[in-house]
Design a protein around this ligand. Structure first.
Ligand code: CA
Length: 674
């Protein structure tokens, strides 16, 4: 009941818009969302090293606070800065991270945005964090604005310097910045020399130059904070970290922590994260950390500046649900993955949980235009968006064109109105374990339809588990039992529905058996050899070029597919011939997915009766990754079947051509009697 009421309030109140600007309605206290009431379930992580650090980068907090936005605790109490950092501490964080830019201002002193994160901002927030009992990590970008794998711009003041001068300037900048923090009593325990420096730092791309700069930073860190640990930071565990580590060793870089970012949409599997970081720890003897990760609790935008993770880009995801529970699942599984490295694992930090909208912007709201205008003013004045227009002098190509608000407000651990979400408690829950109470199963995720050929055993294809979602969007896997009596009748060619029953206990259930259905399609016997590619090699097929071959990349069904990719023009055929065993009509089909094939590309299938000269063909236009397209006389009544007489030679040829860089997979190629 409580939840329904909240949802109703939400739909009414959100229409009015909300703001902290004086000219806007003061309704932030009244805004409510159902997300806020949802409690999350988190399994206890048993193998955390004793000194493991949980935490987050909250660099934008101060500029959001200055812009007038308000943060609230779990009970709806307003938080001042000390209260905010105390909430992070009581939610299980040990450490907070602040980025520091050298000089994020134009010549009139106007901030570039992205929090206007200079040393003074780190001092102000760092004092409050220290008071709350949190450790502080300083993340030097050694740039005047954002530094990442695509951008490592030299600070303005260093542009005219020689390499030696730049090294000296970096050392003295680090010394001065850290001395200010030390004098202010900030408890700095980790300092990062550079941010995501995979491809360079401060305008230097060579490893020799970069390593000299790292060491200049390290000298100053050891001098000012002799007990602090020094981190290097790279962006993606799918990059060649082993080579990076070798360069660091070859150039005698003085560091303690090899850190990585890990964003699940872009940075590979958790298994890879664990194995790469374990290898690095083994090779280097250093500690390892995840320095950035995050997940969205919604695909909505809250501030009027479109988000990186959005309905447009991410409507289906194979990872976690876009929900408060999804955030808890992401944080805990990434933490588990780094903990699985062993004693070398030192921590896992969430990125920007506090980067909320200045004012909640709802494009349908009555005051929408006013709200957006107020947000734009704040982004310019206080730097609370990712970039202000003033950054254009320093970063004309990116900030100069796209300056605006936050692209990550839906990844915060506070909702759009500033109320703490229970996902913020994940840091605490991971040490203790936490079960949300009163949850019920809200939906079963329908298992994908299965197809098998006549004569194959259906048990080889039926899933043994189904996935369900609780009302807090937590996804669980349930074991099932199939109805064997029903399966015994599913043997002839045709479409069927099969049923199973969940055998595991279902949260919130009164014990009534829960049935789940699946669609089954029994296909006629395939006359092709290895048409489903499941032999795992090219058996049966003649493939004209090594740009195509049987691999485990993106199969439609089973474990293998015919995969292709070419740096140059895509051009190949895959074919096979059979002898017709009887008089009859032949039908065919093919599944394909892929992209980057350019205009006028061809993915065609041609079936020819060599004895009569007659042929039929179908084609598909590739529509993107895992967007499967089908063609053939089975799937398309517009394509006629092909007449065959006993003993006729039938050739099936797949013809693919497209632009350089084209890629895709072909699977489930089928030739059968109608
Ligand atoms: Ca946004």
């Amino acid at each position: 009941m409580k939840r329904k009421l909240a949802a109703l309030l939400c739909s009414v109140l959100l229409l009015t818009g909300c703001g902290n600007d004086n000219t806007l309605p003061k309704c932030a206290d009244l805004i409510t969302t159902t997300d806020r009431e949802i409690s999350v379930s988190v399994s206890r992580i048993d193998n955390l090293p004793s000194d493991f650090l949980m935490g987050a980068d909250v660099s934008s907090y101060l500029s959001i606070d200055k812009s007038g936005a308000v943060y609230y605790d779990y009970d709806g109490n307003k938080l001042d800065m000390d209260g905010f950092f105390a909430l992070l501490k009581s939610s299980g964080m040990d450490i907070v991270r602040f980025r520091v830019w050298n000089d994020p201002y134009d010549d009139k002193g106007r901030g570039y945005g992205g929090g206007n994160c200079d040393t003074q901002a780190a001092v102000t927030m760092g004092q409050s964090a220290t008071k709350a009992g949190l450790q502080v990590m300083i993340d030097f970008h050694y740039s005047d604005f954002w530094a990442d794998p695509n951008k490592q711009m030299t600070p303005k003041a260093w542009l005219v310097m020689s390499d030696d001068e730049k090294e000296a300037a970096l050392e003295s900048f680090t010394r001065e910045s850290l001395t200010k923090l030390k004098d202010a009593g900030v408890n700095v325990t980790i300092v990062s020399v550079g941010n995501e420096t995979d491809n360079g730092m401060s305008g230097e791309t060579g490893w020799a130059e970069r390593c000299s700069l790292y060491n200049a930073g390290s000298r100053a860190i050891r001098e000012v904070f002799s007990d602090a640990l020094i981190a290097v930071h790279y962006s993606n565990p799918e990059h060649d970290y082993v080579t990076y580590a070798k360069h660091l060793a070859d150039y005698n870089v003085d560091y303690d922590i090899f850190g990585t970012s890990y964003y699940p949409c872009w940075h590979g599997s958790l298994e890879n994260l664990t194995s790469v970081m374990k290898e690095i720890a083994d090779i280097t003897g250093k500690r390892v950390m995840v320095l950035e990760t995050s997940w969205a609790y919604t695909l909505e935008d809250g501030d009027g500046n479109g988000n990186t993770v959005s309905h447009e880009e991410n409507s289906d995801n194979p990872y976690y649900s876009f929900s408060v529970q999804g955030q808890a699942d992401e944080i805990s599984s990434v933490t588990q993955a780094i903990a699985d490295v062993g004693d070398a694992a030192l921590g896992c930090l969430y990125w920007e949980p506090a980067w909320i909208p200045v004012n909640y912007y709802n494009p349908q709201g009555r005051d929408a235009d006013k709200v957006l205008e107020a947000n734009r003013k704040a982004w310019e004045k206080y730097g609370s968006g990712w970039a202000s227009s003033y950054a254009s002098v320093y970063d004309p190509a990116d900030a100069g064109v796209y300056y605006g608000g936050s692209a990550v407000d839906n990844q915060a651990l506070f909702d759009f109105a500033g109320y703490a979400l229970d996902s913020l408690n994940t840091f605490r829950y991971m040490r203790e374990g936490h079960e949300a109470e009163g949850l019920t199963l809200s939906q079963i995720i329908m298992p994908a339809p299965i197809s098998l050929e006549y004569g194959e055993d259906i048990h080889d294809y039926l899933p043994m588990t189904v996935r369900g979602e609780l009302d807090n969007k937590q996804r669980l896997t349930f074991n099932v039992e199939w109805d064997e009596e029903e399966l015994a009748g599913i043997t002839e060619v045709g479409e069927y529905t099969a049923h199973c029953t969940i055998t595991d206990e279902i949260p919130g259930s009164d014990g009534t058996p829960r049935k789940v259905m699946i669609k089954v399609n029994i296909l006629p016997e395939n006359l092709l050899i290895n048409g489903d590619m499941e032999r795992g090699d090219a058996t049966g097929w003649t493939i004209s070029d090594p740009m195509a071959g049987i691999t485990t990349d993106d199969p439609y069904r089973g474990d293998y597919s015919l995969h292709f990719w070419s740096e140059g023009q895509v051009s190949f055929t895959a074919s096979q011939s059979i002898t017709a065993g009887a008089d009859g009509e032949l039908v065919f089909s093919m599944k394909a997915q892929g992209g980057d094939m350019g205009d006028g590309h061809i993915v065609k299938i041609v079936v020819t009766n060599e004895s009569t000269g007659a042929s039929v063909e179908g084609s598909v236009t590739l529509a993107g990754w895992q967007k499967w397209q089908e063609t053939g006389s089975i799937g398309d009544s517009g394509i006629p079947s092909l007449e065959a007489g006993a003993g006729d030679k039938i050739t099936l040829e797949i013809v693919v051509s497209g632009a350089a860089g084209g890629w895709g997979t072909i699977d489930d190629v089928f030739l059968a009697y109608k």
